[in-house]
Write a protein that binds this ligand. Structure first.
Ligand code: UFG
Length: 327
């Protein structure tokens, strides 16, 4: 396949780039570099432009003879989305419409979409299945769910084919430790705890210890970024004209914030001070995926399901790149 990865210079995009290239596909990265890092794409072709720029997008689709798009480019901070919803609906939803229209105009009919567990909001039960209630509790989740609705309409009206992957908590880094997570600002638990282990932060805050559950802290389902990347390769092969196929991606096991911090202490051998802070607005108490559908229908098998492996790979990346990409 000739694949265009929007947001391919980002954390997840760069790992998927490596997986797709490894599987023999020809890849072009399309990234504004507002959040992405040119160093993360190594020697892949890189078009520096915004998804909202229809002319640049059409040029890239034609010039690189693209047949499949994998769409990562998006803002991802749920908290910020509550403060500045317009930013999320413009960048995540409106730009996706531009992308779909441009693809249609250029005769490109296949897309894999980065969706999120945030489309479920606070679930009624765990593990969550794809057919469970969709009820986002922040504009970030809504901005992604709107895109899923657009995909359905485009599949029906124009016969385009889509796979939507709903990610749970993505963490870790490539085992080579040459690509990894580098967000500014960083808001995710694992990199923040590891920054504290490195002495770059004085400690870590636990957002709430009065949730229902064994130790009172929130439960999440952590998935290794390389396992997530493998699922994209399978998804790209699994696109069917006129259909939207939706898959959860997680490990089916929940870990509390305290358990994550404890595992980081074990992996790093460092003391990591943690203090209890108030709950963070918009945090569901427990998110755990059922990924049975991805296993049954795509043949996906996680290679690195253990939290310890996920954290070890993240630690190796951060240790070797204390300033991230430095860009
Ligand atoms: N947490 C802390 N302290 C921190 C950071 C996080 O206690 O300093 C807690 C959070 O409250 C949450 C858990 O650690 O309970 C995981 O938080 P992350 O920010 O790492 O991840 P989220 O579960 O909030 O976010 C994930 C994705 C987001 C997406 C969100 C939707 O990473 O992109 O799911 O639910 F928006």
């Amino acid at each position: 396949m000739n694949v265009l990865l929007t947001g391919g210079a980002g954390y997840i995009g760069s790992h998927v780039l490596r997986a797709l290239t490894g599987a023999g596909h020809t890849c072009t990265v399309y990234d504004s570099l507002v959040k992405g890092h040119a160093q993360a794409v190594h020697d892949a072709d890189l078009v520096v432009a915004d998804v909202a720029d229809a002319a640049a997008l059409a040029n890239a689709l034609r010039e690189y003879r693209i047949d499949t798009v994998v769409h990562f480019a998006a803002f991802i901070e749920a908290g910020e989305s509550v403060q500045q919803p317009e930013k999320y609906f413009r960048n995540n939803t409106a730009a996706a419409l531009t992308l779909l229209e441009t693809m249609r105009g250029c005769g490109v009919g296949r897309l894999v979409f980065s969706s999120t567990a945030a489309v479920y909001g606070t679930p009624d039960r765990v593990p969550i299945e794809e057919t469970d209630r969709l009820a986002p509790i922040n504009p970030y989740g809504s901005s992604k769910l709107c895109v899923e609705y657009m995909l359905r309409a485009y599949a029906e009206a124009y016969g385009m084919g889509f796979v939507s992957l709903r990610y749970f908590n993505v963490a870790g880094a490539h085992p080579n430790a040459d690509i990894g997570e580098d967000h500014h600002p960083e808001t995710h638990l694992v990199p923040l705890v590891l920054a504290a282990a490195m002495g770059k932060r004085t400690g870590v805050k636990i957002f709430g210890d009065d949730y229902d559950g064994p130790d009172g802290t929130c439960i999440r389902d952590y998935i290794h970024v390389c396992d997530l990347a493998d699922a994209h390769v399978l998804a790209a092969h699994g696109v069917r004209p006129g259909e939207v196929r939706v898959f959860n991606l997680g490990n089916g096991e929940g870990f509390s914030v305290r358990e994550v911090i404890e595992t980081c202490r074990e992996v790093t051998g460092r003391d990591i001070p943690a203090e209890i802070a108030p709950r963070r607005a918009g945090d569901p108490p427990r998110l755990v995926a059922s990924s049975r559908k991805a296993m049954d229908e795509l043949g996906w098998r996680p290679r690195f399901p253990k939290l310890r492996t996920i954290i070890t790979d993240a630690w190796n990346w951060h240790r070797e790149h204390p300033e991230g990409y430095g860009s």
